[in-house]
Design a protein around this ligand. Structure first.
Ligand code: PBG
Ligand code: ZN
Length: 332
């Protein structure tokens, strides 16, 4: 063979066996990476969710058993969503001391005090119109909504939530909640901002799960436009300024560029929310035999981690942690 074919570098030398590939892998998935979202319903039996195969709405007591299972798999945190039995125009059920989330939190804390509890703070599951805020003159009233969100946050903190996660995309929501929590004596309760939350079609399976679809209009007036990366960074910067301890980008899969950018710009933990649509795409395609679920799940989660996410919120959390805890590492 002529000399010019004497390659000094042959990439395949570190690819040819499974153990070599494991050795040179740049990112690893561990149960510590994940937050498991959990739905809590205001009824006496748990039920499945048609839009999200394998995910359930738990009762306020069964959610504690589920949370324990999750914690035993090595997952450090859960993110709670309430699906109340009844709704009204101002979403008053969201801040009740005996509300679904508040009761669920107390039950989880009793059983597994070490588990970190995060809670979604929004109004859309609690309002009869399905918007994330209080409506005045046919529009979502930002500043009135901040007052409601503050009340919800305090009621969650009183129940024992460790990290409040406001998702309504109201301007100033992190600052308002920080102040309200501090004034109520909850200085150590953290805030994870849904900082760059895109108005996305990938939320539809979740809205079915949380029965939170808007009855009129859409969320484009308060959630972010999907084309704006600079604006996403501005939203994150503002949330940090207002006191966010963790900032989030949501969805994850179509917004990996935002995760990478945020990781290079900010010194706060970056969470990525791989939403219901990302989960259900894989679940339904694999159930039709069109792709392999396990491979797709790992490809999705590696991509999010590689992009720079420090925390991955995913409906696959339990499934992936089960594999990782059994096999010690993903063997690829
Ligand atoms: C509530 C909320 C939503 C999600 C988290 N909190 C839906 C929405 O904004 O319509 C989405 C979660 C998911 O899609 O998995 N504001
Ligand atoms: Zn909402």
């Amino acid at each position: 063979m002529p000399d010019k074919f004497k390659l000094t570098y042959r990439a395949r030398r570190t690819r040819s066996t499974r153990s070599l590939r494991r050795l040179v892998r740049e990112v690893h998935l561990v149960p510590d990476d994940f937050v498991a979202p959990l739905f809590i319903r205001g009824d006496t039996i748990s039920e499945s969710i048609s839009s999200m195969p394998g995910i359930r709405r738990y009762t306020t007591s069964e959610v504690a058993d589920k949370a324990r299972e999750i914690f035993r798999l090595g997952i450090p945190a859960v993110l709670l969503f309430g699906v109340p039995r009844s709704k009204d125009t101002v979403g008053s059920g969201a801040s009740r001391a005996d509300g679904v989330v508040q009761q669920g939190v107390k039950n989880i804390k009793k059983k597994i005090p070490e588990l970190t509890i995060m809670s979604d703070v929004c109004l859309c599951s609690y309002t009869d119109h399905g918007h994330c805020g209080i409506i005045s003159d046919g529009k979502v009233d930002n500043d009135r909504t901040l007052q409601s969100l503050s009340k919800i946050a305090i009621s969650h903190a009183e129940a024992g939530v460790d990290i409040i996660a406001p998702s309504a995309m109201m301007d100033g929501q992190v600052g308002a909640l920080r102040e309200a929590l501090d004034d109520a004596g909850f200085r150590d309760t953290g805030i994870m901002g849904y900082s760059a939350k895109i108005s996305s079609a990938l939320y539809d399976p979740f809205r079915e799960a949380a029965s939170s679809s808007p009855r009129f209009g859409d969320r484009n007036g308060y959630q972010m436009d999907l084309s704006n990366a600079m604006e996403a960074m501005r939203e994150i910067r503002l949330d940090i300024k207002e006191g966010a301890d963790i900032v989030m980008i949501k969805p994850a899969l179509f917004y990996l560029d935002l995760i990478a950018k945020a990781k290079s710009l900010f010194d706060r933990p970056i969470a990525a929310f791989s939403v219901g649509g990302e989960y259900s795409m894989i679940k339904t395609m694999s159930s039709q035999g069109l792709l392999e679920e396990r491979k797709m799940m790992f490809e999705l989660l590696y991509a999010i981690k590689r992009a720079g996410a420090d925390i991955i919120i995913t409906y696959f959390a339990e499934e992936v942690a089960r594999i990782l805890s059994k096999e010690k590492t993903h063997r690829g």
